[in-house]
Every structure is written in C-alpha cells, then in structure tokens.
Design a protein around this ligand. Structure first.
Ligand SMILES: [Zn+2]
Length: 218
C-alpha cells in the first residue's frame, strides 16, 4: 500500500532541503520523482523549489486552488514530493490521498503545521486528518534552545499578529519559536497576547480567502 506522508516543521526546519534530498536519493536509483508546489509560493521564481541552503529543482506542477490532478500525468513515477503543502486546499489533499490508492505511488508532503497565529492551515489540517504517517522535521527556537514549534511573524523587527494568513511578502520575516518565547514575544511586542490571537482570526484565516486577497494584489 502506498502511503501519504505529512512532514511538518516550523519555519527554518530545512523541510525543502529534506525534500530535495529525498528527490536526489530516488534519482540515484534511477527512479522518477514528480515535484509539485502551490503556485502562490513564488518567492524564488515561478516554478522552482528552492531551499534556504541554496539547492533547487524545477517543479513539475504548480497547483492552483482549483487544480484537478490528471492521473495520466503521474503514471510511471515512483514518488510524488510536495513542497509548501500547507497552502493547498483540502480538496487537493483529498486528490493526493486518492493518488496513493489508485496509482499506488507514495506522496510525501512538506509544510508548516500552523500560521503565525498558531492556527492550522487548511492543507495542513487535511493532511493531519488523512496521512498514514505524520512526522516532525525539527528545528530550534530562535530565542532559546528548546524545540521551535510556532512561527513568529516580525514586521520591521516587531512581533505581529496582523495581516492575512498567507503572507509571503518580502518585508515580513518569520522565526521559529517555542511556546514560551512565542507567547512572551507577542505579549511584549504587540497589544494582543497569544491568548487573544485565536479571537483575532477574522475573515482572513481561510487560505482560500487569503489566496483571493493575494490574487487581488497582482
Ligand atoms: Zn524559546
């Protein structure tokens, strides 16, 4: 039985580097890997999956909110690797789940568990629900030596809870943080503390809504 994997980790946990290493290992054995990522992540150029360590690979497919997977396209591949899977729709994750059953190809998704308000992304939520294996890619808190599990958003160096959930602008920076440091930084740096974050969600929390917001900007 082919499995669906969700490998999640906070920002800076080298998820993409891990993905590229898996792709390399398959290719070393003359096996074919298919790479995909959501189209809205265009930080590094349209169709490129690039790690912060500098390695990159061309994506075979950019996924939109309404993409319907053509299973014929995936025939003959040995593994499907998905980067930034948190930005995918629940419907698309359902399609990936179906690929593992119908085509018997394993699908490995990499992504963030939660956004900067510590709320599940739509894609991550569905992956938590459907995956055979949920594995953590670990990283260290930027402020202490504990494990970083949250993504602290900084705008001009200040912790922030503002802005849409999907926010890939160059002016924002994200740091991995443990719970203690995440809460402390937000309490000291914003008028809202971590406990208020959930109530501050607003209309922008759905990734589909945020995607529309993003599309409106371009
Ligand atoms: Zn910490």
């Amino acid at each position: 039985m082919a499995k669906l994997y969700f490998r999640f980790g906070a920002v800076g946990s080298a998820k993409t580097l891990n993905l590229l290493a898996v792709a390399h290992a398959y290719r070393q054995q003359d096996k074919q890997v298919f790479l995909m990522k959501p189209r809205l992540d265009t930080r590094f150029g349209e169709a490129v999956i690039r790690s912060r360590a500098g390695l990159s690979q061309k994506a075979d497919l950019l996924v939109d909110a309404d993409t319907v997977l053509d299973l014929d396209l995936l025939e003959g591949y040995h593994c499907i690797l998905v980067d930034e899977a948190q930005f995918l729709s629940a419907d698309f994750i359902d399609q990936l789940r179906r690929v593992t059953r119908v085509l018997q190809i394993p699908v490995i998704c990499y992504g963030l568990r939660t956004d900067f308000r510590a709320q599940l992304f739509e894609g991550s939520k569905r992956l938590m629900e459907l995956s055979d294996a949920i594995e953590e890619v670990k990283t260290t808190c930027a402020f202490c030596n504990r494990k970083g599990i949250f993504n602290l958003k900084l705008v001009e160096g200040r912790p922030s809870l503002a802005g849409p959930t999907v926010d890939l602008g160059a002016e924002e920076k994200y740091l991995p943080a443990c719970h203690d440091c995440f809460a402390k930084e937000l309490e000291e740096g914003t008028e809202l503390g971590f406990c208020q974050a959930a109530q501050h969600k607003g209309r922008e929390t759905s990734s589909r809504g945020a995607l529309r917001d993003l599309e409106d900007q371009f």
